[in-house]
Design a protein around this ligand. Structure first.
Ligand code: AP5
Ligand code: ZN
Length: 215
């Protein structure tokens, strides 16, 4: 099973991706997570990506493609994968298609998660993430049992540096300008499924995704 998760920042891609990956036994590949890991480890790549991420701009396509393709040729991607936050420009999508075609592979489904802008902003500003295992919480919608502590692993929760109100606004604009055209790109191939990401709790959204993908 090869899947792509599309949707604006805060739509719930990361939240749903963790569950989809677990249910269908495929690796969850988030280019954002790969960049954040590089930043934490202080790699050259991380230093380059950080400049863009802090402003809410997209990292240049050549850097993204290098990282994504290196990940996709790893052994665990052989029987499928779930892409979260990649591709994010039409050029990235074209290059991904080319990469897959060369290997006789195709994308099975593209899930486009939709949420209104006002809800996105509230979700992002209230998001907290576990420093240790990456689990995602929300101070109001999905609070941890103990304040500031991860339910899963006991790790410390932090706020992403790009989740400030000003940067969130720019990320949403960048999404509309540069990533939204991908909806049309995939619509033409009838692999696209629209998912209402604000219809209810993350359980409700997940059940709708499962009904699209099959149990
Ligand atoms: P990335 O890490 O991909 O972030 P993003 O796309 O901005 O998405 P988010 O992680 O912010 O949101 P999400 O949809 O995963 O939402 P979540 O599940 O956490 O990218 C970061 C940066 O890296 C980019 O700005 C760019 O610079 C760079 N980058 C990455 N990939 C790139 C690429 N391919 N090309 C170029 N640059 C790239 O949920 C959000 C909140 O809502 C959480 O608090 C959650 O608890 C809550 N929530 C989730 N579902 C529900 C629900 N149903 N009801 C109520 N609350 C909910
Ligand atoms: Zn944790």
């Amino acid at each position: 099973l090869r899947l792509i998760l599309l949707g604006p920042p805060g739509a719930g891609k990361g939240t749903q991706a963790a569950r989809i990956a677990q249910k269908y036994g495929i690796p969850h590949i988030s280019t954002g997570d790969i960049f954040r890991k590089n930043i934490k480890e202080g790699t050259e790549f991380g230093k380059k990506a950080q400049e863009y991420m802090n402003k809410g701009e997209l990292v240049p396509d050549n850097l993204v493609l290098e990282i994504a393709e290196a990940r996709l040729i790893e052994e665990d991607c052989k029987n499928g994968f779930l892409l979260d936050g990649f591709p994010r420009t039409v050029y990235q999508a074209e290059q991904l298609d080319k990469f897959l075609q060369e290997r006789n592979l195709t994308i099975d489904k593209v899930l486009d998660i939709n949420v209104d802008k006002e809800i996105l902003k509230t979700r992002l500003v209230g998001r907290r993430v576990c420093r240790n295992c990456g689990a995602t919480y929300h101070v109001i919608n999905m609070p941890p049992q103990k304040d500031g502590i991860c339910d899963v692993c006991g790790g410390e929760l932090y706020q992403r540096s790009d989740d400030s109100a000003a940067t969130v606004e720019n990320r949403i604009e960048v999404y509309n300008a540069q990533t939204k055209p991908l909806v049309e790109y995939y619509e033409s191939t009838d692999r696209l499924a629209h998912i209402d990401g604000a219809i209810g709790s993350s359980d409700v959204v997940f059940n709708n995704i499962v009904s699209v993908l099959g149990a």
